[in-house]
Design a protein. Structure first.
Length: 127
């Protein structure tokens, strides 16, 4: 179960909870809460720390943040982040996030692709 601040209130369905967590990660801002400062998992924050050279570190930081976030709610979580480069420029064109959750006897699989425009938007909005 996860709590939300919208009209949905608490979410009891495991798959809906997993989807909500991923959506929150994609749109949240690290400093959006004073009470939970330092505990908000945020893709935008990870990109704000990204220097556009160390893509392996970027993917590792995304994986670590997602694992930490999902393990608060689920017992067994596997996260993989993949990238695609644009020829020799080594510019990230797309990131794919694959999530597998095994909780009790239920398996939940999620996948999210973040395209170049979304990546540029995240990178250009550094705070």
């Amino acid at each position: 179960m996860i709590h939300s601040l919208d009209t949905n209130g608490a979410i009891f369905n495991k798959k809906a909870s997993a989807v909500r967590l991923l959506k929150n990660f994609l749109i949240s801002d690290y400093s959006q809460s004073s009470i939970y400062l330092g505990n908000v998992s945020s893709l935008r924050f990870i990109f704000s720390q990204f220097d556009n050279r160390n893509v392996i570190r970027l993917m590792s930081d995304i994986e670590a943040a997602l694992i930490s976030m999902y393990r608060r709610y689920f017992d067994n979580v596997d996260i993989n982040v993949y990238n695609k480069f644009e020829n020799e420029d080594k510019v990230v064109v797309e990131l794919q996030i694959d999530i597998t959750i095994i909780d009790d006897n239920d398996t939940i699989k999620l996948s999210e692709i973040i395209n170049r425009e979304e990546i540029e938007s995240l990178y250009s909005n550094k705070t």
